[in-house]
Structures are given as structure tokens and as C-alpha cells.
Design a protein around this ligand. Structure first.
Ligand code: EPS
Length: 367
């Protein structure tokens, strides 16, 4: 069982998004402003769509914290959807005080039957037996990643108190590598009603040696990071360290030689990306991931209307042209969540002081 776990709930155009976090010790300081600054980072990036102009995501802490410190109880976070105001009838949870005909007309206006290739629409509608694909879209929307970033900010707060930091960098958008060309590619894609993906890198610094384990497949840190990152909508690859390049490299060029200098084991290269045998090896953890171009497109692809089975262009409401910068922030969050979980697995305790004591005594034992 995970030591640090969370669930999210909420629809893209419902009243709010939620997250419940379990596994935090007591006595951890949480700054609501930090959570909100992380949420703002997720909303940024060149090429975002109209929705980001409507929302200004902020998290309301509903439980588990008193006077800025965790109590050890589950922490519940809520992020309001400002756009909800425009969806109160078609997304209503309760009965609405209107005639059946009026409600049906408003629901029908938002009903989707023209499934988008590349999204959850078709498989989701068939699997859950829905004739209105809105029931799939609302939950499969990448809007859900706002909840993950709020949870990630809490995980980062925990890690930062052990000097562990997580950061990311966009390496490539489409075929462009520098800011000016990237902007031009995004502008051109937008003009063409198309979308763009990209490639980004995440680095985690000051992770102690020995998080994760070699003894069971599901405790391996690299596998856990890959699962967490691949679970982000539109992410199509995960590469640790030298990644797919290792396929072309000889063993002598691949492995990072070990030295002992100034009382420490060190490496002069980091092709392993900070993980060996499923465990952190004390070096920086480095991974890269590819995000595909978003499947909601102004220039829609050929598809089928699931009501008539006739060919149709796929549904389009509005979309981002490119959300790779946001995706990198979500990947930082998922990485922070995995590292926090592995950290608690190794040094876990019920209070922050107890964890700190365990951590410091482990570091001493390595001398
Ligand atoms: C997103 C919110 C969504 C989309 C986007 C990401 O809002 P709306 O559907 O109201 O425009 O902008 O999600 C997708 C395009 C998708 O395909 O999942 C957000 O908050 O990041």
C-alpha cells in the first residue's frame, strides 16, 4: 500500500475539482500561497486556450491543517471551476427547477456524439454505456491535472523541507528548440487549427540513496515514476537518464563509474538518471517525457457519430494549441508525489520530527 496516496474527483465543467491526500505526517508546514503559485504555473505557457483565461485556479484547504500545519489527518483540497457558472443546468447534480423540455434542450445543446480520435471518447462511451460522450469528456479532460498539481505542491512542500527540489524544462515543441521558433510554430499550428506536442525534462535534486527497492517489481522507483508520468493525459513516452540512447551504447559507455571522494561515493556521469536497480543512487534523478499533440482540434479529424454511425468530423469546443509547459509542471508534481511516497516508505513516521530523526540517523549511518 502506498504511504502517500491521493484521489481526485470533479468534472471539467462541474462545480469544482477535489483531492484527498492521505499519509502526511503531523507538523508539516503548508503554505496555501505556494499551492496557488504552482497552480498558476500549470495554467501558463504559450499556446494555451480560452479556458485558461476564464480560470484562475486556487486551492481551498478544507481539512487536515490547523494554523498552517498538518495534523496527520487527510488533507482535502478544493479548486473551484469558474466556468461552472455557464454549465449549472447541463452539469447539474440535483434536479433543476425548470420544465423537462427546457432541461432537455439545454442538455441536448451540450450533448456530444462525434467522438474525437486520440481522446477517451469512443472507448469510454462504449465501456461505460453512455450515449452522451460528455459523460466521458468531463472526467477525461486534462483539467483534472489541476488537482494533481495541488497535491504535488503539498508533496513538494514535504520534500523541500529535506532540501529535495523538483524542476522541469521544455526541450522541444514540434520541431522547434528555441523560444522564438517555438512561438512561431505554435502560432502557425493555431492558424491552421492544429495542435502541437513536445518533449520535456524533469530533474529531482538531493534525493538520498536507497529510495525504492530492487526486491519487488512494484517497489522499483523507476517503474513507479514511469507509471506516474505515463498516467498524465497525452504523455506517450518516459525515458530515464540516457533513455533510449542506451540501445545504441556499449556497456562501457553506458554505466556511470563509481568513485569515492571527500568521504562520498560519486559519479562523473549520470546516464542512469539517478536510479540503479530500482533505487535512487544519490545522484540527480533525470527523466524526459514526450507529450503528443492535443486531440481536440479546430481542424477536426474524420470520425463517426456514435448515434447514427455515419462519418462525421470530430467534436470541437475549444482547446489549447500547445500545453507542453503545463504538462511539464504536472510531471514535476507526479514526480514529487512518487518521491514523497518512497521517502515515507523508507523514513516514515507519524510526525514530521519522527521522520526527520529517521532521515538524519540514516544519513549518519552512510558515513
Ligand atoms: C484544461 C481544461 C480544458 C481544456 C484542456 C485542459 O477546458 P475546456 O475543455 O473547458 O476548454 O482546455 O483539456 C483538453 C483540451 C483535453 O483534451 O483534455 C486545463 O485546465 O488544463
Amino acid at each position: 500500500m502506498n504511504k502517500f496516496r491521493f484521489l481526485t474527483s470533479g468534472e471539467s465543467h462541474g462545480e469544482c475539482l477535489n483531492a484527498i491526500i492521505d499519509g502526511l505526517p503531523s507538523g508539516l508546514e503548508i503554505d496555501g500561497n505556494f499551492i496557488n503559485s504552482e497552480l498558476a504555473r500549470r495554467q501558463g505557457g504559450y499556446g494555451r486556450g480560452g479556458r485558461m483565461r476564464i480560470e484562475k485556479d486556487t486551492a481551498k484547504i478544507k481539512s487536515g491543517i490547523r494554523f498552517s500545519k498538518t495534523t496527520g489527518a487527510p488533507v482535502c483540497l478544493e479548486i473551484a471551476n469558474k466556468d461552472w457558472a455557464n454549465w449549472t443546468v447541463p452539469m447539474s447534480v440535483d434536479a433543476v427547477d425548470m420544465s423537462d423540455a427546457e432541461i432537455a434542450a439545454l442538455v441536448e445543446a451540450k450533448k456530444i456524439t462525434k467522438v474525437r480520435p486520440g481522446h477517451a471518447d469512443l472507448a469510454g462511451a462504449l465501456k461505460y454505456a453512455h450515449d452522451d460522450v460528455r459523460n466521458i469528456l468531463e472526467r477525461s479532460s486534462a483539467r483534472e491535472t489541476a488537482s494533481r498539481v495541488a497535491v504535488g505542491a503539498v508533496a513538494k512542500s514535504f520534500l523541500n523541507s529535506f532540501n529535495i527540489t523538483v524542476c522541469s524544462k521544455v526541450l522541444q515543441i514540434g520541431n522547434a528548440f528555441d523560444e522564438e521558433t517555438i512561438k512561431a510554430e505554435i502560432d502557425a499550428a493555431k492558424e491552421a487549427g492544429d495542435t502541437l506536442g513536445g518533449y520535456f525534462e524533469v530533474k529531482i535534486q538531493n534525493v538520498p540513496v536507497g529510495l525504492g527497492s530492487f526486491v519487488h517489481w512494484d517497489r522499483k522507483l523507476d517503474g513507479r515514476l514511469a507509471q506516474a508520468v505515463m498516467s498524465i493525459p497525452a504523455v506517450k513516452s518516459f525515458e530515464l537518464g540516457a533513455g533510449k540512447e542506451t540501445a545504441h551504447m556499449t556497456g562501457s559507455k553506458t554505466h556511470d563509474e563509481i568513485f569515492y571522494e571527500n568521504g562520498k561515493y560519486i559519479r562523473k556521469t549520470n546516464n542512469a538518471g539517478g536510479i540503479e536497480g530500482g533505487m535512487s543512487n544519490g545522484e540527480e534523478i533525470v527523466f524526459r517525457a514526450a507529450m503528443k499533440a492535443i486531440p481536440t482540434m479546430k481542424k477536426p479529424l474524420n470520425s463517426v457519430d456514435i448515434k447514427t454511425k455515419e462519418p462525421y468530423k470530430a467534436h470541437f469546443e475549444r482547446s489549447d494549441t500547445c500545453a507542453v509547459e503545463a504538462c511539464a509542471v504536472v510531471a514535476e508534481s507526479m514526480a514529487a508525489i512518487v518521491i514523497t511516497d518512497a521517502f515515507l516508505e523508507k523514513f516514515g513516521g507519524d510526525s514530521f520530527t519522527e521522520i526527520k530523526r529517521n532521515y538524519e540517523s540514516y544519513l549518519k549511518s552512510l558515513d
